[in-house]
Write a protein that binds this ligand. Sequence first.
Ligand code: IMP
Ligand code: MG
Length: 174
Amino acid sequence: MKLGPELISGDAIQQRVRELAADISRDYASIPKPLILLPVLKGSVCFATDLSRSLTVPVNFDYVAVSSYGSGTESTGHVQLLKDLTMDVAGRDVLMVEDIIDTGLTTSFLFEHVRRHGPASLKLCVLLNKEERRVTPVPIAYKGFDIPNAFVVGYGLDYDELYRNLTAVHILEP
Ligand code: IMP
Ligand code: MG
């Protein structure tokens, strides 16, 4: 596998992140406690970090981690929680931040898990959406880009732990 053409430029990502942050800041302007941003490790770190810096509402961070892919490019469909919540999210407004929704299996598993802890609200913000690949429906409240059914890397997304540091999103080629 090798790095292919740029699909979304760094500038386009930054522009869209600012737009999403404006929407989120507006929607959560009057909540009683800081918004809990919940990035899913490790792929969402770049996105969540940039997003948070454009938010105008107070935020807390917590992180969860799951395994779903191993080192390949196809989902195993088997999701395992590797790192749980550390904050008490009961009665709090939680925004889960995902790099990409593919089959939707990871996100529905995590949504169910977080919901059991009784947040006041739970919504999803995702940078990339591969609608064509969806197996389980997931409610996306904030979406960066719809992308075609290709394996992509960069801006947090990896192939075998590589390419997370790229500024743009690229297609990975055989
Ligand atoms: P899902 O459970 O199939 O929706 O997969 C979600 C997870 O798989 C994401 O959080 C990513 O870590 C990974 N993933 C899915 N598609 C891609 C891709 O195109 N590039 C890199 N990682 C991906
Ligand atoms: Mg991954």
